[in-house]
Design a protein around this ligand. Structure first.
Ligand SMILES: [Zn+2]
Length: 246
């Protein structure tokens, strides 16, 4: 059986002399592994369409346990990703994070658009890396059913103020006073809480359009990352590399 699908190459593992196993995000199939035989040969018709972070139209045939790439036609290459080590490291992290998601057909198309937009912004250097990363993490959690409860304090329903705690377990907000009652301290200032709400609640096409004061950036970045890693319940190995090159 053959299937034609658009797909983004999230990972490539070299096998033997000229083959690769690709991990592909497909809007129709979710995350799949596919063998691209001979694709590392320069003359292979699969060579250009099977590169890392390539967005291609794939013709796949299904084997007993895996897919085989029969054809790959490039639709988009993000050439600028390789221009900086930081950009490359972020793209690798976003791709690995995505490959670990239990995506179904329901979430896969929106996840795909989010990742394509993020790779575009990295490639064209349109937004700072911290912003692309935080938006991707929080939006990915929201898309996959882990949106934190961001309306108000869980205990007293306070909405606004400087100093809120987002609890990773349960994904609930506590104001400074209610957090203190449990001997906990805030991890968000006013600006980062506002940004957090914006990212999780805005329409898809507006999520990257926010400004954040310099002093609030570390709060947003830390909470976005820690909340995401907590919900994933497993390490994302390329995160360490991302931090080592910032
Ligand atoms: Zn409270």
């Amino acid at each position: 059986m053959e299937q034609v699908t658009d797909g983004l190459v999230l990972r490539e593992v070299k096998v033997g002399e000229a083959d690769k196993i690709l991990t592909i995000l497909s809007p129709q199939l979710g995350i799949i592994n596919a063998s691209a035989r001979g694709s590392r040969r320069l003359k292979s018709k699969l060579f250009s369409g099977c590169g890392l972070f390539c967005y291609s139209e794939f013709t796949l045939s299904s084997g007993r346990n895996t897919w085989f790439v029969q054809q790959a036609t490039v639709k988009r290459v993000f050439h600028g990703i390789g221009a900086s080590v930081g950009g490359m490291a972020l793209a690798a992290y976003l791709a690995e994070l995505t490959s670990l998601l239990p995506l179904t057909e329901k979430e896969a198309p929106r996840q795909m658009r989010l990742l394509l937009n993020s790779l575009y912004l990295i490639s064209e250097q349109k937004k700072p890396l911290w912003q692309i990363k935080a938006v991707y993490e929080l939006r990915t959690m929201t898309l996959n059913g882990y949106m934190p409860q961001l309306l108000c304090c869980r205990d007293c329903h306070k909405y606004d103020g400087d100093g809120f705690l987002l609890e990773y377990q349960g994904g609930e907000l506590l104001c400074r006073d209610c957090a203190a009652r449990e001997n906990k301290t805030p991890n968000l200032d006013q600006g980062s809480l506002k940004a957090l709400r914006y990212i999780c609640l805005m329409e898809d096409d507006q999520i990257f359009s926010f400004e954040l004061k310099e002093k609030s950036i570390p709060f947003l970045c830390r909470v976005a990352e820690e909340y995401t890693i907590y919900q994933m319940e497993r390490p994302v190995k390329s995160l360490g590399f991302y931090h080592s090159v910032q």
